[in-house]
Design a protein around this ligand. Structure first.
Ligand code: ACO
Length: 427
C-alpha cells in the first residue's frame, strides 16, 4: 500500500489511501469511509472535495497557473486559435495540420439549424435573457437529433459534439436577433468560426457586416481563455447531470443554466453594470470600494475574488493587457476601463481584499473589451458559454470514459424526528 492518512474514531484506527496527481496534489481517498466507519465527509460548497481525477486542466490557485492539457494558458492565448484549443481539450493533444483541417471543416459544415428550430425562439418574449434562450435551445437540440443521443455510442457522441460546437454560435446569435426583433441570419461558412458568429449577430438582410480583424482576433482569444477551468460550478453541473446518462445536449443545457448565475459566468455582465452605475451615480472608486467592503452582499466588487485563485487570475492578467490593446486599436476612449483600473489599484492596496486574497478574476476586464467591441451587455455571459463549451464537452467525455458512477452526494439530516400525520380538521 502507498502513502495513507490515518483516522482515529471510536477507538479504531482506519487507514485511508492517498491519491497523488501528476503535479503533486494529494487527496485522501474516502471511498471506503462509510462502509468502514458509518461516517461520511461534510464539505458544503466542496472547497475540500475532489469529485474526480482529470487529465484536462491544471490550476495552481496560489501561484496563478492555468494549463490546458499541460499547455500554459499564456502560450495558447498568444499562439493558438479557439478551434485548435477546442480540438486539444476534446481530443487530448494538439492536432496535426490535417487533423485540424478535418475538424474545422466538420464544424464549418454543421452550423445551420433546422428551419423549424427557429420557431422555438418566437415562443419566447422579446426581453427573454439570451442565456435562458440558449439553455432552452440547447436542450431542445435533443428533440431535433434523436439519432445522436446515446452517450455509450462513440459515433453518436462524435456527431453530437460536432453539432453542438458548430451550432451554439448560431443559437446564441438567434437568441440575440430575437431580442432585437431582427431576422435571423444564415451562417456563412466561408467565414471563420468567430467571423461567422459576428456576421450572424450583427449583419441584417439589408446591411452586410464586415468582420473587423481586431475584433475577430480578440474574441477568439477571449474564447480560448474561457475554454476550461476544471471543476467549477457549471462544469461540475455538466458532469453531475451527465452521470445520469442523459444525452450531451441535456447536460450542456444544465451547464449553461449554472453558468448564468452572478456568482459564476453572470459576473461579467454584473461587472459592466457595476462600472456603469459607478459612472452614472458619480461615485468615486474609493466610495465604491468602501461599499463593497461592507457586509451588504449585493455590493461586492464584482470581478474580484475566486474560489480557487488566491492570487491574480492569469486570465485577468492577459485580458488587462488586451483591453488596452483592443481599445486603442479600435480608437475607443473608455471611462469604464478607467474606473476599472482605479478600482483595481485601490482594492489591491486595501487590507480587506489583501487579507481575503481577493484579486481580479477573468470577468473583471472581459466585459470592458466586449463592451468596446459593441457586444450587447446581455450577451456577455453567452460569450462565456461559447468559450466554455469545449471544456464542458471534454469533461463530459472524460467522465464517461472513466465510467464514473452516478453522482449522488449524501447529507446529514437535521429535520424533525418521526412524527405522525394530523388530519387537517385537527390542526
Ligand atoms: N467583494 C467584496 N468582498 C468579497 C468579494 C468581492 N468580490 N468576494 C469575496 N468577498 C469576501 C466575502 O464577503 C467574505 O468575507 P468574510 O470572510 O468577511 O465573510 C470573503 O471574501 C470570502 O468570500 P466567499 O464568498 O466565502 O468566497 P467564495 O470562495 O465562496 O466565493 C466568489 C468566490 C463567488 C467568486 C466571490 O469572490 C464573489 O462573489 N466574487 C464576485 C463575483 C465574481 O466576480 N464572480 C466571478 C468568479 S470567476 C468565474 O466564475 C468565471
Amino acid at each position: 500500500m502507498g502513502q495513507t492518512a490515518k483516522l482515529h474514531y471510536e477507538g479504531k484506527e482506519i487507514e485511508l489511501p492517498l491519491i497523488e496527481g501528476s503535479e503533486g496534489e494529494k487527496a485522501v481517498d474516502c471511498g471506503q469511509l462509510r462502509s468502514a466507519t458509518g461516517l461520511i465527509t461534510m464539505d458544503p460548497g466542496y472547497g475540500n472535495t475532489g469529485s474526480c481525477e482529470s487529465q484536462i486542466t491544471f490550476i495552481n490557485g496560489e501561484e496563478g497557473i492555468l494549463r490546458y492539457r499541460g499547455y500554459p494558458i499564456e502560450e495558447l492565448a498568444e499562439n493558438s486559435s479557439f478551434l485548435e484549443v477546442s480540438y486539444l481539450l476534446v481530443n487530448g493533444d494538439l492536432p496535426s495540420p490535417e487533423e485540424l483541417a478535418t475538424f474545422t471543416e466538420s464544424i464549418r459544415t454543421h452550423t445551420m439549424v433546422h428551419e423549424d428550430f427557429k420557431r422555438l425562439f418566437s415562443a419566447l418574449p422579446k426581453d427573454a435573457h439570451p442565456m435562458a434562450a440558449c439553455a432552452a435551445a440547447v436542450g431542445a437540440l435533443a428533440t431535433f437529433y434523436p439519432d445522436s443521443l446515446d452517450p455509450r455510442d462513440s459515433r453518436q457522441v462524435e456527431i453530437s459534439v460536432h453539432r453542438l460546437l458548430a451550432k451554439l454560435p448560431t443559437i446564441a446569435s438567434y437568441a440575440y436577433k430575437h431580442s432585437m426583433g431582427q431576422p435571423f441570419m444564415y451562417p456563412d461558412n466561408k467565414l471563420s468560426y468567430v467571423g461567422n458568429f459576428l456576421q450572424m449577430m450583427f449583419a441584417t438582410p439589408c446591411e452586410k457586416y464586415e468582420v473587423d480583424p481586431v475584433i475577430q482576433k480578440a474574441i477568439d482569444m477571449l474564447l480560448i481563455l474561457h475554454a476550461d477551468h476544471e471543476q467549477n460550478c457549471s462544469t461540475s453541473t455538466v458532469r453531475l447531470v451527465g452521470s445520469s446518462m442523459v444525452n450531451l445536449f441535456g447536460a450542456i443545457s444544465a451547464g449553461i443554466s449554472a453558468l448564468w448565475g452572478p456568482r459564476h459566468g453572470g459576473a461579467n455582465q454584473e461587472v459592466i453594470e457595476m462600472l456603469e452605475s459607478i459612472a452614472e451615480e458619480g461615485l468615486t472608486a474609493k466610495q465604491f470600494v468602501e461599499r463593497a467592503k461592507s457586509n451588504d452582499d449585493t455590493s461586492r466588487l464584482m470581478g474580484f475574488g475566486h474560489r480557487v485563485y488566491k492570487n491574480y487570475d492569469p486570465r485577468a492578467r492577459i485580458l488587462r493587457k488586451s483591453a488596452h490593446e483592443v481599445l486603442s486599436s479600435l480608437g475607443v476612449q473608455s471611462k469604464l476601463l478607467e474606473i476599472a483600473m482605479e478600482l483595481e489599484e485601490l482594492a489591491l492596496e486595501d487590507d480587506y481584499f489583501g487579507e481575503r486574497k481577493l484579486y481580479p478574476n477573468v470577468d473583471f476586464y472581459s466585459g470592458v473589451i466586449y463592451k468596446a467591441m459593441g457586444t450587447p451587455v446581455n450577451m456577455f455571459t453567452v460569450m462565456f458559454a461559447l468559450g466554455r463549451l469545449p471544456g464542458w464537452i471534454a469533461q463530459w467525455l472524460e467522465m464517461h470514459e472513466d465510467k464514473q458512477r452516478i453522482g449522488r452526494p449524501r447529507q446529514i439530516y437535521t429535520g424533525s424526528a418521526e412524527r405522525h400525520y394530523v388530519p387537517l380538521s385537527n390542526r
